[in-house]
Ligand binder design. Structure first.
Ligand code: NAP
Length: 286
């Protein structure tokens, strides 16, 4: 079994980006500028945004964090997005989700200029991705495909089973895995799927994006499979300074010995998501 080191791979990608940025700056070009909008003070969102800002510094980007309180109105958010869409100094921006319930997330993501939509959540980018056209790819699925590529894990003709059909992971990943060039045979499972373990046992590449710690047990995995664990659930843990630890969807201890490759949590898919956001921002600034 080989551990897929998302942390090291993401660091390598950030270093590649930084090299390109410094070259550009040396030639008189400008640094890419990413803006992150954070509404409220959710612990998970705070830490994701902090990691994104840190990654920007490592890539040589400028970054700006814009905060709004939970009582921000939808029209105030729309006005903010309009300003960012029209600000030539901003290459790309993200609205950290989730947003408070009184704000329509669909309306917000649709308002982001597709050319600055480095999260790849705008319907234009989602549609272009599914057509295989140039676009900003949703970062988590793009990070998974990049991990497979950098570890030279074959995908062509392989059976890929994805558990989860969310708009940010399962669905766009299915679209990327079946695309020409990646060429996997894809099955997507969800809460209404019958005989789940029978389906997952057929997977050469099994991706878990459920949000339930330990959901994927050893009996669900074919010997020699590649297992990608997207899950990141905060589980209370008194032994940690933070009071919690991150738990994946895979029963790592019992599944890992059966796999050819497996991603850990933390240190697997998570860092790659941010690295792909950086790549999208670099692309937006070109
Ligand atoms: P989500 O929107 O809650 O989707 C979960 C999916 O799991 C749904 O499609 C759901 O099916 C399916 N599901 C739930 N119970 C199931 C069951 N018993 N059998 C089969 N399928 C079941 O979650 P998400 O946004 O995709 O996130 C999934 C996990 O990944 C979370 O832990 C999240 O924190 C993590 N995540 C990590 C990253 C990263 O960068 N590492 C990025 C994004 C998300 P239905 O559609 O039928 O409800």
């Amino acid at each position: 079994m080989e551990l897929i080191d998302g942390k090291a791979t993401a660091a390598a990608i950030r270093a590649e980006i930084a090299t390109e940025v410094e070259k550009r700056v040396a030639e008189g070009g400008r640094r890419p500028h990413l803006v992150a909008v954070l509404v409220g003070h959710d612990g998970g969102s705070e830490s994701y945004v902090a990691n994104k800002v840190k990654a920007c510094a490592e890539c040589g980007f400028r970054s700006t964090l814009i905060r709004r309180e939970n009582d921000v109105t939808e029209s105030e958010m729309m006005e903010l997005i309009d300003n960012l869409n029209n600000d030539d100094d901003v290459d790309g921006f993200i609205i950290q989700l989730p947003l408070p319930a009184h704000i329509d997330e669909q309306k917000i993501t649709a308002a982001v200029n597709p050319e600055k939509d480095v999260d790849g959540f705008n319907p234009v980018n989602v549609g272009r991705m599914s057509l295989g056209l140039p676009c900003f790819k949703s970062a988590t699925p793009a990070g998974i495909v990049e991990l497979l590529r950098r570890y030279s894990i074959p995908t062509r003709g392989r059976r890929c089973v994805i558990i989860g059909r969310s708009n940010i992971v399962g669905k766009p990943l299915a679209s990327l895995m079946m695309q020409k060039g990646v060429d996997a045979t894809v099955t997507v499972c969800h809460s209404a799927s019958e005989g789940l373990a029978d389906i997952t046992r057929e997977a050469d590449i099994l991706v878990a994006a459920v949000g339930r710690p330990g959901f994927v047990t050893a009996d669900m995995v074919k010997p020699g499979a590649v297992v990608i664990d997207v899950g990141t659930t905060r589980v209370p843990d008194a032994s940690r300074k933070s009071g919690f630890r991150l738990s994946g969807d895979v029963d790592f201890e019992n599944v890992a010995p059966k796999c050819s490759y497996i991603t850990p949590v933390p240190g697997g898919v998570g860092p790659m998501t941010i690295a792909m956001l950086m790549l999208n921002t670099l692309q937006a600034s070109r």
